[in-house]
Design a protein around this ligand. Structure first.
Ligand code: HEM
Length: 405
C-alpha cells in the first residue's frame, strides 16, 4: 500500500472509532510516511522514540504558530497553551519544567495515594445509587469525577468548584486535536477565558492565605522573581495541569474498564490479585493509548526511520501506532498484560515526558481492581460509544450493569 492511501485511511473520520487499520497500513509502508511537502507521519516505535528524545526536534511553539496563523493570539485557549510547558522549547521549557518538577514531586504524588484510594472508594460506593433502570454510566459517575477530584485536590481547587471542569476541559482540549472546527475554536476560547478568570481569583486567594497545594507553590515560584515563572506561564501551566490531568486519565480508566470486561479471564485474575495492576495498566496504556499523537518540528535536516527529512518539517508522531508496531511488540493487537518488557510510548519520552505519569498510573492501578472487586458481576449494558476525537482516545459514555455487589 502506498503512503498516501495509508494516510487517507487515518484522516477518514471513521478512524476516530478505529484507527488500527490505518496504523497497520502505515506499518506495512514503513516507520515514516510523507503526507505532503514537509509533512510526515511517524508510526514506527523506534523512530517515534528517537524523535521524542532528540534535542534537535522542537515542540509546536509560538514561533511555529506565528508562521502558520497570524491571529492565533486572539484565541485564548491556543494562547494559554502556548505559555505552558507542552508548547515551549529550551531554554523557556527547561526553566518551567525544572520549576514544575520541583513542586510536582514524588513526595506530593506519593502522599496522594490515600486521597486516591478514598476517592475511589467513595465514587465506587455511590455507584448503586446512580443507577437508572439498573444501568450506570461509568464516564459520568466514575471515570470523570475521580481524576477531577484528584487533580483538583492536588492543585488546591475547592471541592465545591469541581462541577464546571468537565465542560471546560472538554472544550479546551479540542485545540490539542489535529482537526477542529470554527465552533470548537470558539468554545475553547470561551472556556479559556472562564478558566483564566477562575485561576486569577484562586491565585489571589492563595497569595493571601497560602496552603500546601500546587496553586500556592506555583504562585510562589512566580512571586520569587528572577524570571522564574511569568504571570502568563503561571496561567498556562495551571491550565495545562488541570486539563492534561484528567481528560487523559478519564480515557485511561474508561479504556481499561472496557478492555477488562472484553477479556473476562484477565478481569478475573486482576480481581483476585490487585498486585497485577501495574502490568495491566501498562498494557491498557499500550493497546489503547489515551493520547494517540503529538507533533515535533525538525530544526535541521535529519534521517528518521531511514527517511531523509528536511529542516522545518512537521512530524506527526503517532504514539498509538508506535505502541502497536509489530517490529517492537509481538502480536501487537492482542491484549496481553503478561507481555515482557512492555514500554509503551503513551506518556511520550525525552524532555516533555508526561509530568503526571506517576499520578495517572496510581489512579488506574487503584481504581481498576477496586471496581472489579466491588462488582464481580459488572457487565457492559450494550456497546459504549467512542468520543469522536482523533487524538484523545476514550469513551463518551460507558453504560454498565453492576450486578449483585
Ligand atoms: C505531557 C500523556 C496524565 C501533565 C504529556 C505528554 C503525553 C502525555 C503523551 C507529552 C506530549 C509531548 O511530548 O508533546 C498523558 C496521558 C495521561 C496523562 C496518556 C493519562 C493517562 C497527566 C496528568 C498530568 C499530566 C495526570 C498532571 C497532573 C502533563 C504535563 C505535560 C504532559 C504538565 C507537559 C510536560 C512537558 O511538556 O514538559 N502527557 N498524560 N498528564 N502531561 Fe500528561
Amino acid at each position: 500500500m502506498d503512503a498516501a492511501k495509508a494516510v487517507s485511511l487515518l484522516l477518514d473520520p471513521r478512524a476516530n472509532h478505529d484507527p488500527v487499520p490505518a496504523y497497520e497500513a502505515l506499518h506495512r509502508h514503513g516507520p515514516v510516511a510523507q503526507v505532503a511537502s514537509g509533512y510526515y507521519f511517524v508510526s514506527g516505535y523506534e523512530a517515534v522514540d528517537a524523535v521524542l528524545r532528540d534535542p534537535g526536534m522542537e515542540a509546536y511553539d509560538a514561533r511555529r504558530l506565528d508562521s502558520q496563523w497570524s491571529d492565533w493570539r486572539d484565541n485564548r485557549a491556543v494562547a494559554l497553551f502556548a505559555d505552558s510547558m507542552l508548547r515551549t522549547n529550551p531554554p523557556q521549557h527547561t526553566r518551567m519544567r525544572r520549576l514544575a518538577a520541583g513542586v510536582f514531586t514524588a513526595r506530593r504524588v506519593g502522599a496522594l495515594r490515600e486521597v486516591v484510594a478514598a476517592q475511589v472508594d467513595e465514587a465506587i460506593g455511590e455507584l448503586p445509587e446512580k443507577a437508572e433502570g439498573g444501568v450506570v454510566d461509568l464516564v459520568t459517575h466514575l471515570t470523570y469525577p475521580l481524576p477531577i477530584g484528584v487533580i483538583t485536590a492536588l492543585l488546591g481547587v475547592p471541592a465545591a468548584d469541581r462541577g464546571r471542569f468537565r465542560r471546560l476541559a472538554e472544550a479546551l482540549t479540542a485545540v490539542l486535536e489535529v482537526r477542529w472546527t470554527a465552533e470548537d475554536r470558539r468554545l475553547a476560547h470561551d472556556a479559556a477565558l472562564e478558566l483564566e478568570d477562575y485561576f486569577t481569583h484562586l491565585v489571589a486567594r492563595r497569595r493571601a492565605e497560602p496552603e500546601d497545594d500546587l496553586v500556592t507553590a506555583l504562585a510562589a515560584a512566580h512571586d520569587a522573581g528572577g524570571e522564574q515563572l511569568t504571570g502568563a506561564e503561571l496561567m498556562g501551566n495551571l491550565t495545562l495541569l488541570l486539563v492534561a490531568g484528567f481528560e487523559t486519565t478519564t480515557n485511561l480508566l474508561g479504556n481499561g474498564i472496557v478492555l477488562l470486561l472484553d477479556h473476562p479471564a484477565y478481569g478475573e485474575r486482576l480481581r483476585e490479585d490487585p498486585e497485577l495492576a501495574t502490568a495491566y495498566v501498562e498494557e491498557v496504556l499500550r493497546i489503547e493509548s489515551p493520547v494517540q499523537l503529538t507533533e515535533r518540528y525538525t530544526s535541521r535536516p535529519a534521517v528518521i526511520g531511514g527517511t531523509e527529512v528536511p529542516a522545518d518539517a512537521e512530524l506527526v508522531l503517532l504514539l498509538g501506532a508506535a505502541n502497536r508496531d509489530p517490529a517492537r511488540f509481538e502480536a501487537p493487537g492482542v491484549f496481553d498484560p503478561d507481555r515482557p518488557a512492555n514500554a509503551p510510548l503513551s506518556f511520550g519520552a525525552g524532555a516533555h515526558y508526561c509530568l503526571g505519569a506517576p499520578l495517572a498510573r496510581l489512579e488506574a492501578q487503584i481504581a481498576l481492581p477496586a471496581l472489579l472487586r466491588r462488582f464481580p458481576e459488572l457487565a457492559l449494558a450494550g456497546r459504549p460509544t467512542r468520543r469522536p476525537r482523533m487524538n484523545l482516545r476514550g469513551w463518551a459514555s460507558l453504560p454498565v450493569t453492576l450486578g449483585a455487589s
